[in-house]
Design a protein around this ligand. Sequence first.
Ligand code: AHN
Ligand code: ZN
Length: 330
Amino acid sequence: MHKLSLNFKLTTINFIGAILFASCVGGTKSPETAYEQQSPDFCVDSAYLYVAAQCAFGPRVMNSAAHDFCAAYIAEKFEEFGASVVNQDAEGTLYDGTKVQMRNIVASYGLDNPVRIIVCSHWDSRPWADHDANADNHHTPIDGANDGASGVGAMLEMARQIQQKAPNVGVDFICFDAEDCGTPEWDDNGEDHSYTWCLGSQYWAGKHHVDGYTARYGILLDMIGGSNCVFEKEAYSMAYAPSVVDKVWSKAIRLGYGDLFKNANGGGITDDHVQVNMSGIPCIDIIARDANENSFCKTWHTVNDNVGNINKQTLKAVGQTVLEVIYTEN
Ligand code: AHN
Ligand code: ZN
């Protein structure tokens, strides 16, 4: 009898141990997290398909057919997932004077809800791989799987989840155009060219997609699908929206993604969130940097920024974290 009960206990312990072990395999979650997730599961395989679908059009560079076809794809996908979509068309001017036709795409849920959260990303891709190790590639347009498509792919998957179960807040997914056609490195004379980036969000900041629009806060997703990268607390985010940074980082850590979301201060980055902040809505940037070097991810502005280099663990961590923030907001 004694022996039997000892065996039973050992088996029970082994069984619990096996569950804890199994929950660690293949994921980044730590077994000690007791936090109970409030949001639906972010399906990273779906998000990955939406990234691949954008890249399949070819580089979404300004004034190209691929760009226009992808704009239609993004709007149609959001509509399929039950969103109300507004296209905001405008003309922009590149660093060299070239005129470009821009389209910001805004997909909204819960339009009657006065409490609104923005999730945003740019959707265009860089016309030049001007950071490529091979100078022969410096004028080649990039797929922008990580730099562009990753953020939109994650937003589409969040939209699919929201269609199935509405959160307590209204959500506006904003796809900004013409973020990534800032002055190329090979044409940089050393002056301040920050105004040549983020043309779509500059336009939106001056004229919101609907009159009188406002939101409680915004979260920008930029390069959220790379490998060997980490997320640090970006400096403009900390200056304009420190409580939003805290909210997002603490959710990420409670979900077990503390290996990616570092409790460290990063530098300030010229990005679409600066424009959202300028328009009076606090907004943070979740933007990856290389885990080992003081730079963006290895594929940044290179011809290697393609769907084969998308890292599902990173994409999942960010997608689930932002969903959790949305579903815990009241
Ligand atoms: C600059 O390099 C000036 N800003 C980085 C913003 C960016 C570019 N994000 C993606 N591509
Ligand atoms: Zn870029």
